[in-house]
Design a protein around this ligand. Structure first.
Ligand code: FAD
Ligand code: 2HG
Ligand code: ZN
Length: 503
């Protein structure tokens, strides 16, 4: 059998770098790649060990950034028991484990390191909906279920699983949990953390933590599931989740308005919140350049506002009363905003097709952006009130140092989460702009922190922002994080080289 030798033969655990296998007792008898391969096959069967180079290539290539990645082995377990056996094998053979769902993460967290003893554990075969209970109003899903699959299963029984993001056709529930994913509906339904009632997690010593409870309230001690949510595969392997469902709105109205500056976008958000309260289910800020680049890349999309304006706000208002006249209410707010000179133009989707077109445009910005030369991605959050100041101050500071740099910002205005992704100057060679990420990061993240913000709102740290985390987090934050990591994974088995630096 052609096995595993993607990262070179694994012969001696002493070869591993200081990141791996600290404190783990190794069983010398299985410390050889062929033997490990045989043991893997015993656990997951031939079907569960991936050796096809094309499949491995897809699993080790990030959606956008090119991190070098070479797993020692790639496995796809089919059950929680298999995951437990794999963990035991890794403990005894000195392998580390990198959990992977859909590999859509934006911080490089799901990629095994190159030249290390990293086993890539893909959850894609664990993809069953285990149960749906309408009285509990919850769905129980394997970690490898695709987000769309869960949304569809909920819809089939007349319920909504509200997490919604551009990658929902390929990202998994385990990945959503591990990154505490956000998306467009956070302002109404919360991030993944708010949507999870219970988790099943395989721990770093192979034991199963069964927190798969369907409770809405549970104050019996520390709420351990929250440790695993957002831990990016560094504290445990999520094998299943209990997720809270919601009602499907009977009517959703999508509106886009054009504004001249982000402060006016904020004023529009304030209006919508005041008028519609919890009925406001999405509110996204989009800069003109995002629209033009996305339309150029995706010509089947259209845009209802013909004149160009610097910024747009795309919003969704959802109600449970089919006869409620949301469109008239939005039009009233729009007229008032027009008189106050806060909006310049606007349109409301008059069909599902038009609404879908607008949301597809919004969700395609990230894809269009990655094709546009050198760019610098950020996922900052600031208090909502600070969004306009963050954008103007950061662009001013960047432009002083890097004339010609182009603003490219969009994101979840209702959460104060800006994807601040400036582009290199147009018509300049890419070489001039490559290698400037650290400089751009420093200015951008300094400004976000200065305004009371965070260096990552929803994409996480992974390997992309590890040094930024180290730079910005206070000593006590890092100390507590390290103590949690050490308590749950003393041998540093799980996703080493991600989130934290090992001592
Ligand atoms: P992966 O990429 O496979 O993994 C991500 C991290 O989770 C890694 O650290 C991995 O080790 C860990 N992990 C995965 N599965 C498990 C498991 N079972 N147990 C333990 N750890 C695990 N994110 C947002 O928050 N909001 C958005 O709006 C958004 N939009 C996106 C749009 C596009 C086009 C793309 C490509 C990505 C977007 N993302 C967004 C980023 C990404 O976080 C989400 O797509 C998703 O949550 C990742 O899920 P995944 O299954 O692909 O995880
Ligand atoms: C989105 O909101 C995603 O579209 C991706 O979080 C953001 O590409 C990005 O920076
Ligand atoms: Zn986002």
């Amino acid at each position: 059998v052609q096995a595993i030798l993607i990262g070179g033969d694994i012969v001696n655990h002493n070869d591993s770098c200081s990141d791996t296998s600290r404190g783990r007792a190794l069983d010398q008898s299985i410390n050889h790649s062929r033997e490990i391969y045989d043991r893997l096959v015993q656990i997951v069967g031939h079907k569960g060990v991936v050796t096809d180079p094309q499949r491995i290539e897809a699993m080790t290539t990030a959606w956008r950034d090119g991190w070098p990645s070479e797993p020692a082995f790639v496995v796809q377990p089919a059950s929680t028991a298999e995951v437990q056996s794999l963990v035991s094998l890794c403990v005894s053979s000195g392998l580390s484990i990198v959990s992977q769902g859909g590999n859509t993460g934006m911080a490089g967290g799901a990629l095994p390191r190159a030249g290390q003893r990293d086993l890539l554990l893909s959850m894609s075969r664990m993809n069953k909906i285990r149960a749906i209970d309408l009285d509990d109003d919850m769905i129980v899903a394997d970690a490898g279920c695709i987000l769309d699959q869960v949304r569809e299963a909920a819809a089939e029984v007349g319920r909504l699983f509200p997490l919604s993001l551009g990658a929902q056709g390929s990202c998994t529930i385990g990945g959503n949990v591990a990154t505490n994913a956000g998306g467009i509906h956070v302002l109404r339904y919360g991030q993944m953390r708010e949507l999870v009632a219970g988790l099943e997690v395989v721990l770093a010593d192979g034991r199963l933590w069964n927190g798969l409870r369907r409770l809405r309230k549970d104050n019996s001690g520390y709420d351990l599931k929250h440790l695993f949510i957002g831990s990016e595969g560094t504290l445990g392997i999520v094998t299943a989740a209990v997720l809270k469902l919601s009602a499907i709105p009977t009517q959703s109205v999508t509106t886009i308005v054009a504004v001249r500056e982000p402060a006016h976008a904020l004023a529009w958000l304030r209006r919508l919140r005041r008028r519609f309260a919890v009925q406001l289910t999405a509110c996204e800020l989009i800069e003109q350049i995002c629209v033009s680049i996305t339309l150029r890349r995706m010509p089947d999309l259209s845009f209802p506002i013909l004149n160009k304006f610097p910024w747009y706000v795309l919003s969704e208002i959802s109600t449970f009363n089919p006869s409620e006249d949301v469109e008239t209410a939005v039009a009233e707010e729009f007229s008032e905003a027009l008189v106050a000179d806060e909006v310049a133009d606007g349109a409301t989707a008059s069909s599902l097709k038009q609404a879908k077109n607008l949301w597809r445009l919004r969700e395609s910005i990230a894809d269009a952006h990655r094709m546009e030369g050198v760019s610098f991605k950020h996922d900052i959050s600031v208090p909502i009130s600070m969004v306009p100041k963050f954008i103007s101050l950061t662009m001013q500071r960047l432009s002083e140092r890097m004339p010609g740099i182009r603003s490219f910002s969009f994101g979840h205005l209702g959460d104060g989460n800006v994807h601040f992704n400036p582009l290199q100057a147009a018509d300049e060679p890419a070489e001039k702009w490559r290698g400037r990420l650290a400089e751009v990061n420093r200015i951008t993240h300094d400004t976000a922190i200065e305004l009371g913000g965070s260096i990552s709102a929803e994409h996480g740290i992974g390997q992309l922002r590890r040094s930024e985390l180290l730079h910005y987090k206070g000593g006590l934050d890092l100390e507590l994080m390290t103590r949690v990591k050490t308590a749950l994974d003393p041998g540093n088995l799980l996703n080493p080289g991600k989130v934290l630096y090992e001592k």
